[in-house]
Design a protein around this ligand. Structure first.
Ligand SMILES: [Zn+2]
Length: 269
């Protein structure tokens, strides 16, 4: 599942390619035809993300709410757009570019009120400029649940997925099984501000890099990581490989329905 930086990047791409001009909208697959007809020919007025939710604004017509889920894909291309395949739920196109949405969990035309209700259900997002970690801390500091599970709970904090949770806990030396309420305020503040920095860099580079300069392949004289996720990481998908810092084998276990990765030596706190 894409993490929040990918969705914010998609919002940016929509703004850059489509905002301020009328777009043609269609649903070659047919499942979104009625709503596509309502936005067809309208101007894209805004595009924003909150966690893993993407919102495309069409003025008074409302918002297209998209959640990619596990299998959804959004692909862009230059105009002229080729004939769409029957799997395209929504195609947006203008004389410059097109965007094809396939296989999302959610693609719905919603009102301002419905959009507000979605924001209400989600925790603060490190990539939303107006958000801070306060709301997340209120929940975390009262919870017996492990910090690794809390970081994946979109009601607590929005946009963090499996890679960022594993990496940020490593970077702060925190045992992923520690209960939320045993985290100190200063530890939480450091985690939040690190997520803001790492995820902004993720939007910019369009991939996740979490390794400090001292631990990059060139600095350590080690081969670069080979993984379809790209980017240099400390623990994610590195089970049974040696920790870049202490050499201990990275461990993995199932937590909150996803594989967790951590270094039992570096993450003792
Ligand atoms: Zn280690």
């Amino acid at each position: 599942m894409p993490e929040g930086h990918t969705i914010h990047r998609l919002a940016e791409d929509h703004r850059e390619l489509f905002a301020g001009r009328p777009v043609r909208a269609s649903s070659p697959q047919g499942k979104f035809s009625d709503s596509a007809a309502l936005i067809d020919g309208r101007e894209l007025t805004s595009a924003e993300a909150h966690g893993k939710h993407l919102f495309l604004g069409f003025g008074a017509t409302g918002w297209v709410h998209i959640h990619l889920g596990l299998f959804g894909k959004l692909g862009f291309g230059d105009a002229p757009a080729p004939p769409p395949t029957a799997t395209v739920r929504l195609r947006l196109a203008n004389p410059r570019a097109y965007a094809d949405l396939r296989g999302p969990t959610t693609c719905a035309l919603i009102t301002d009120g419905e959009k507000a209700a979605i924001h209400e259900r989600l925790g603060p997002d490190p990539l939303r400029a107006a958000d801070d970690g306060e709301g997340a801390w209120e929940r975390i500091s009262r919870s017996r649940t492990s910090v690794a599970a809390l970081l994946m709970d979109q009601k607590v904090i929005a946009g963090v997925g499996n890679v960022y949770r594993a990496e940020v806990l490593f970077r702060h030396g925190i045992d992923p099984y520690r209960a939320g309420r045993d985290l100190t305020r200063s530890e939480w503040d450091a985690i939040w501000s690190d997520l803001v920095t790492l995820m902004r860099e993720g939007v910019r580079a369009n991939r996740i890099d979490t390794v400090r300069p001292d631990h990059l392949p060139e600095a350590m004289g080690r081969p670069p990581r080979v993984d379809d996720h790209g980017g240099e990481v400390y623990v994610y998908r590195r089970a049974a490989q040696p920790c870049h810092i202490c050499g201990t084998e990275i461990r993995t276990a199932d937590l909150a329905a996803r594989n967790l990765f951590w270094c039992p030596e570096c993450q003792r706190r």
